[in-house]
Design a protein around this ligand. Sequence first.
Ligand SMILES: [Zn+2]
Ligand SMILES: [Zn+2]
Length: 279
Amino acid sequence: MVDNAPILTHQHGGLTIEGYSRAAVQTYWRIPELKIGFDLGAQPWDFMGTPTWLITHTHLDHVAALPVYVARRRMMKMEPPTLYLPEQALEDVRRLLLIMQRLDRGRMICDLRGVKAGDEIELSRENVITAFATTHTIPSLGYVVWDRRNKLKEEYHGLAGDQIRDLRLAGTQVTREVRTPLLAYTGDTSPAGLDACPAVYEAKILITELSFIRPGHRREKIHKFGHMHLDDLLERAERFKNELIICAHFSTRYHPQEVRRYLDQKLPPGLKERVKLWL
Ligand SMILES: [Zn+2]
Ligand SMILES: [Zn+2]
């Protein structure tokens, strides 16, 4: 195994969250059970087998390894990957790959797909992904992974099995699709991005950025640059219904011990037990 980039791991509710995220350094995540990854700030050698990636925005710390990943898949004779990214960046990323193809003399084969807020991405029979608008300094998106099941409609609950079968055979739609948000990933955003998407607060697992924590940082400035401050999280403490909240993308000006100390002091009970600091 080649150990070229750090990976932290955490398991929750049958999903494994792997990755690393520091502001201005590199951000990448992977959920092996869902066969998807988020952002390509770097590409651990081990992550190469994941065929589908969702990019939140094209800041370098989230996208620098995109050509590296595409080239690696081809070099290792794997199927061309599928990459979703904000539609505004699609043409430029296509051009970037063409330039890398010339410089590296290796073909860059992948399925690039532009996404806008509200779009749905079919992942499997059980899972669908939706994109939501986030608020950053360049076009950006967050993603929600939903679990979907077909449930019998209320009006048929009293019926026997063969009656339901007869209705179904006669062409009646006896079930409806019920969706539950499994995981939400914000990428880089100011709090307005979270507030505009209710599923962010309801998803079983939330992965959010929390770039700034120190008191005294001017919040208007942080929001203008499209980021979150600890006080934003605290103000919303009551709203988070998530089982697990992963806070990541801390600024490099903080030592991990400082982040742990601040959050230990500031997070109220009820929230603290559910927060995992990605350090
Ligand atoms: Zn970033
Ligand atoms: Zn960014």
